[in-house]
Design a binder for this molecule. Sequence first.
Ligand code: ADQ
Length: 739
Amino acid sequence: MDRLLIISNRLPVSVKKGDDGITIHQSVGGLATGMKTFYKKLDSTWIGWPGIDQQELNSEDNKYIHDQLEKERCEPLYINKRDLDLYYNGFSNKTIWPLFHYFPQYTDYHEEYWQAYQRVNELFAEKVLSIIKEDDFIWIHDYHLLLLPKLIRDSFPDTTIGFFNHIPFPSYELFRLLPWREEILEGMLGADLIGFHIYDYERHFNSCVRRLLGYDYSLNRINTGDRIIKVDNFPMGIDYDRFYQASLEIGSIKEEHKSRLQKDIETFFRTTSQRKLILSIDRLDYTKGISNRLYAFQKFLEKYPEYHDKVTLILLAVPSRSKVEQYQIMKKEVDELVGHINGKWGNVRWTPVWYFYRSLPFDDLVILYYYSDIGLVTPVRDGMNLVAKEFIATKTTGKGVLILSEMAGAAKEMSEAIVINPNNIEGIANAIGMALKMKVEDQIARNRKIQERLKRYNVERWSNEFLNSMKGVRTLQKRFLAKKITEETEQKIRSEYIKSGKNILFLDYNGTLVSTRDKSEYSPPDKELYEILDKLARDNRNEVVLISSRDRKTLDRWFGDKEYILFAEHGMWEKKKNGSWIKLNNQLRSAWKKIIRPVLELYVDRTPGSFIEEKSFSLAWHYEKTDPDYGAQRAFELKDELTERIINLDLQVMEGKKVIEIKNLGVNKGTAGSKKIGGDQYDFILAIGDDWTDEYLFEELPDNAHTINVGLKYSRAKYYCESHRDVRELLKNMCETEP
Ligand code: ADQ
């Protein structure tokens, strides 16, 4: 892969200046934690804010920071204090963050914030443009930089840009509240690939684009008229092996090497039998549902007195955005609630809540995960939530129970957890009771299933899939860009036609020669069409081939007595001039399964509940047991992807009830067309069609063929025109031109 530029608000490391000089630390947070382990493996540079104001630095500091960051493959972007405050604390965290997490009541709309947000996005663009090279791939992260894709695209139109949004994308009803909504969407659409954690966010984004900008999307592609943009979901994984291995090691650490934390926790377990630990880890953020969690824990203590003196909740909260007022209010609320619970229920032997307001190093974090019996993850909204995944990854024995909010993106992949509604306090309290009583075999069975998935779909795979998809979109854009047919091109086609001695014309029927694309609609040929086709067919230099998805009977009824060659049912049947129908059948094969099966396996991995069925000459992907909306969307995508992949494989994709089946077809319009041409030498080949079944034909025909798509700008055809009327006009002009 070519060089990758990763761009995010913060670098994965933060610079601090204190009494002991400049120090460099790992940044906390989902993105930094998730990506830091593998980005160095790639040829990459990470651009972002280093966490310090440049005003505080002297030239020696600057040099030191520059050298240190260079080793980390990081390129710092300094932002002045005032802009940083308005862009980061202001627009990013008081406008976008609350609105996108369904907190419109906390959302501030200030022109001043917006101005600064634009300025800082422009600053990022300048930085990128100062180091960008041709063929670089650009991967922009998160809601701080929603305008950046377009800003880069405007100055560097051919670059490949991916954008990943780590937080939810809200529904249209929420998003439309934003005064600068169109600008934000246009900014994002500067990317070639836009990624979200889950399908729901993707769906919301597509619907906002359609409703606010009018760009249509089909399957997971948005067509803006001059570009195709792919929108997809990539559920972010964790560095599974790192957590799993670290947890395995904890169990075998010798007494003298144990950390203070590990010793203290072990003492806690020794002092009373049946001690249980519940773990809660987050940034201190109102979206994480921390107060609800504490209310629920209180409710649990009320309802289940038998657990008094035995169960302790560890509440680990990392300080976050403490300059934003809502966060200060929330901190106060959490402090008070913890005080209230410990005051009311605690005693000399037992503190119900252990509260830590700080960040912890990785080793300590894993110790907490390792010793906890229950992971309590209750965000009221969360893009993904990596803590839930980390908790499960450390359960090396398989024991432990995860209680997970259905409002976290992670819940889509972790349905084996106890899934709760974070607003249902009683429900969470009951879930804690249920978790404490859950049989060990049940715990292991549930966790093993999730672990398999997390191991397979880890953070490296997540990023590889995103990067591969980015490459794929560029290829797709190039391959599918047809040119609009011009008067000049038509002239050229006509003059070649006049000069040539042996011609073949492949014409699709629905949508190409008559207006409707819908096969079920009755759309017989009219007088004008017969006249055009008859005239072409009478010219003995020409072979007129109607190649349609229609059935034999219909084609027979309309054209049976004509001097045209007919292909029915996508080329399954052929009727020569004055001949009878012949079935074109290839020998059935199954070697293609090796190519198609991995594609289906990927969809099984990414669609919980789906499975593959293998038959002698077919493979089927069943999705009847998946979430209905999600399954249907994945089926659309799979069908789309297969349509691409099976070209030249003589296969067909059939859609049944909650099943997608890939079968040997033996024939399609492409194979029928190339068979028709056979060894014959034609001086002039013209093919016109309007949908994906015609793409096979365009693909199969020799390079000198003139291929025209009706209505689709992105096609394998060389040209596109607007409607069947243009096709008729072209054909009419051709037959009126005497050689
Ligand atoms: P966050 O809101 O930061 O991420 P999350 O996904 O849970 O939330 O990631 C937090 C990360 O920070 C975890 O890796 C965790 O281990 C670490 N962490 C938390 N508390 C810590 C502490 N006290 N000490 C040390 N480390 C701590 C955003 C979105 C999420 C999305 C991620 C990734 O809000 O929805 O999952 O990005 O896309």
